[in-house]
Design a protein around this ligand. Structure first.
Ligand code: NDP
Length: 292
């Protein structure tokens, strides 16, 4: 069924969200700090609001997708009263603490609040590949689920409003470190004059795809109290990390990641640990955070 939806923020992502809502047949009102960005959407049937207040008042549901929470709060504050009795869904990327603060702020205004994390690039919005995490009160989510589904598959994580950004940022962290690993591998391999990024990358893809298959078994180890099924000696892992660092240095590539890894693993060995396991690696991250 068609409903009225407001989109605040028409950057690359906000524009893709508004286009998807229009394509799904909703009555879409848009607002952007730089008003010119609304023109292509207006040509497709959207209504451009002159002010944030007017935009919020046009719909029971407002989706906000701007640079960050600071920008979001700054643009919403002057129009906050208009949120009373309405639902705000923040798809602006932020932290769990920011989501909790925004929920408290919205509830004090008599508004419903849902947080969200978009697991897609703008080109993927409204395709099968796109999914969005949502968290916050279940009632408003159920009310707006079918509208939100126009953007991508909604995955509701629960009433704790911080969960969508927690999962979103955890997945983004995995992606960020995967890309960092890829860039490092390419920098090392292309120190060979006959190797190009394009000739080497199919090997990286095949290797990472095969390694990804080990993650569920490691997860089972992390969740279990028993002995880990996946275990190597710390000696072996230190020797490998030492070699990765040395190979990077020989190739003229920054090796500081491996220096830190070797130092942390040696500290564990000095404390009497002998095996490298997935639960041990996760524990190490928590121990290191306590020292910071
Ligand atoms: P863009 O840089 O394309 O657009 C940024 C938007 O924020 C613009 O609408 C801009 O307005 C607005 N903005 C910035 N500062 C302010 C401010 N102080 N007051 C009012 N509006 C402001 O970014 P995206 O659209 O790509 O990203 C928007 C959100 O979506 C971000 O939180 C991002 O992390 C998230 N996201 C983006 C993804 C992507 O692949 N692009 C993927 C998943 C999430 P103006 O046009 O006037 O500059």
């Amino acid at each position: 069924p068609s409903s009225a939806v407001t989109v605040l923020g028409l950057g690359l992502m906000g524009t893709a969200l508004a286009e998807a809502l229009l394509a799904a047949g909703h009555r879409v009102t848009v607002w952007n700090r730089t008003p010119g960005k609304a023109a292509p959407l207006v040509a497709r049937g959207a209504t451009r609001a002159a002010t944030v207040r007017e935009a919020i008042e046009a719909s029971p549901l407002t989706i906000s997708c701007v640079l960050d929470y600071e920008a979001q709060h700054a643009l919403l504050s002057p129009a906050a009263g208009a949120l009373h009795g309405r639902t705000l869904v923040s798809l602006t990327n932020g932290t769990p603490a920011q989501a909790r603060a925004a929920e408290t702020w919205a509830h004090a205004l008599g508004a419903s609040y849902l947080d969200g994390g978009i697991m897609a690039v703008p080109e993927q919005i409204a395709t099968e590949e796109a999914f969005l995490f949502h968290s916050g009160a279940a009632g408003p989510f159920e009310t707006h689920r079918s509208t939100l589904a126009a953007l991508g598959t909604p995955k509701y994580l629960g009433q704790d409003v911080g969960l969508a950004s927690l999962y979103d940022l955890a997945l983004l962290s995995a992606m960020d470190m995967m890309f960092a690993g890829f860039f490092h591998a390419v920098a090392v391999a292309t120190s060979d004059k006959d190797t190009t990024a394009s000739s080497f990358t199919p090997l990286v893809v095949a290797w990472l795809q095969s390694m990804i298959g080990t993650l569920p078994a490691m997860a089972a180890d992390i969740d279990s109290d028993g002995p880990a099924a996946y275990a190597q000696t710390l000696d072996l892992v230190v020797a490998a990390a030492d070699n990765m660092g040395a190979a990077a240095r020989e190739a003229g590539v920054d090796a500081s990641h491996f220096d830190r890894t070797v130092a942390a693993l040696k500290a564990r060995m000095a404390a009497g640990e002998t095996t490298y396991t997935a639960p041990g690696a996760v524990r190490q991250l928590r121990v290191a955070a306590q020292d910071q």
